[in-house]
Design a protein around this ligand. Sequence first.
Ligand code: NAP
Length: 620
Amino acid sequence: MTDKPEDVPDRPLRRGWTTGACATAATRAAYAALLTGEFPDPVTIRLPGGQAPAFALAWEARGPDIYAAGVVKDAGDDPDVTHGALVIATVSRGAPGSGVTFRAGEGVGTVTKEGLPIPPGEPAINPVPRRMMSEAVAELAAAHGDAGDVVIEVSIPGGAGIALKTWNPRLGIVGGLSILGTTGIVVPFSCSAWIHSIHRGIDVARANGIGHVAGSTGSTSEQAVQRLHGLSDLALLDMGDFAGGMLKYLRRHPVPRLTIAGGFGKLSKMAQGFLDLHSGRSQVDFNWLADRMAELGASPDEIDRTRHSNTANQVLTRAIAAGLPLADLVAARARAVALDTLGGCGTDVEVLVFDRRGGLEGRAGFAVPGKVLILGGTTEAAELACSIDGMSVVTSLAGRTRAPAVLPGEVRIGGFGGAEGLAAYLRDNAVTAVIDATHPFAATISRHAEEACRQAGVPRLALVRPEWVAGPGDRWIGVDDMEAAAAAVPGGARAFLTVGRQELGPFASRADAWFLARVIDPQEPPSPNIALVTGRGPFDLDAERALLADHGITVVVSKNSGGGASQPKLAAARELGIPVIMVRRPAPPAGPCAGTVDEALEWLHRTLRSGRSTWTCSGS
Ligand code: NAP
């Protein structure tokens, strides 16, 4: 597993051995010792290309019927995080007829996601190293008349920590490193290991139904794009300098949406037509940038200064000062190059130019702005559906009320079947953004939305209206849940319940009190001590005051829903000196959130359209 390439040294580069080759050498030594009692040292193996390198053993151990040998990995001049790691194979007898069984020992990962050459649940030992180890066992077994039924456990002490510096966590390989290599040989700075990882990232994203992936030139732009779009780790392709390696693979293995994110210099090179953005292999052309400045109407002096600039960032800083959208133009040109390379495979592309601190400087948006799913059931959700234009909108309702408000756009009704069902809906319907505008007490659907959007790689915003806060004259009693609310109602009270029809259960057993419950649809009262009144917000203060007085209400029970529609009951209670038992909210959903419909619209605009704004979200 290769760490990020930096600069290539001038001298000839030394080749090294893959973890797969080291594990094979260790296996051969340990199995030979199991058969003969002696560890061959050095131990020679055969690589798929026919070479036969010898490895010195760095470690050996024996027990009854179990032998272990270790080889230190020499990665040559490759910038490899596993260089110097001890690769150990522990070989023991397997059940008769079981053949070779592989196990992941300490520091070797286990596959948990679809899309890799090894299925989930298996040790992260790739097919070629498995074959090399199996062949080494078969050859020795034949020579010694053994059945060759063995268990090979591969371990790399400290591998779990090293693995955090590799792509493994992102590819869903947990607990350690992978045993890799198709030739056994590490070709230094070949770039192929890096490009392979990009390809595996695309495979994993596709296998997990991720509809929107992002390739970034570095970690700042990667973090910025992840924050902007709320993408899951599985959606992040470590593109680095290899725009071509990523785009050419996507052409054959398309994903619906791709964001390319990077700094101005690298993306200028891409806009010029380069697909390898490494500083040693492509250069920013200041004449080209000067021509772009001219295209934007820069003064002759600015154009000349651009031509004689030292760095791309200098050019950008001056363009910004002159009010010229150079970064947008570069993004647009880079997007055209990307689309051209993708060859009409159906992947829509967005290009984002970030500064060194992750601020958005330029953008060329997707051709199709997208489809928004609003998880509704609230006034804000309805208002939002009425306010979005220029993109398709679907509002989803749980189906709790018989005659929901009429909304523009598509309306779907009923549950999705949990987080998995919602993730499948997002994929099947090519949803590009989700706004969870459900009620603050609808915690289950919000949790499902969070999980489903993570799984499907769809950006999500929670629209959570601010909660009510007690003011002068309010007599609130705060409780955590409905059981506590029912317990807090004084004996003999006449309580007004505004908690929803599904929450009446705990009050039915309080036979020592009388309740008036407000519900949206007419229904049978759940118990003799609960009378029902129907009503749908917004409510007004005069009517609320009259309702409390007419029914001789002595206490109000409410959820802390927030919002204006049902607030008048609280004002009426305050005026009449009636206490309010206020049920506190569950924890808000994690991730980006907005408090108003306008903020949610701005987020949507920023996420899906080509415009820019300064909107930031607390908790994002
Ligand atoms: P919940 O406990 O969070 O969700 C229960 C289940 O209902 C969810 O797992 C989901 O079923 C389904 N569901 C909820 N909201 C949905 C939506 N917008 N579209 C499709 N399916 C949805 O929700 P709740 O507290 O019962 O509230 C239900 C709905 O009423 C919400 O949409 C909410 O906005 C609205 N509402 C709730 C309250 C309240 O006090 N809780 C007040 C006013 C309005 P699956 O798992 O099958 O997908």
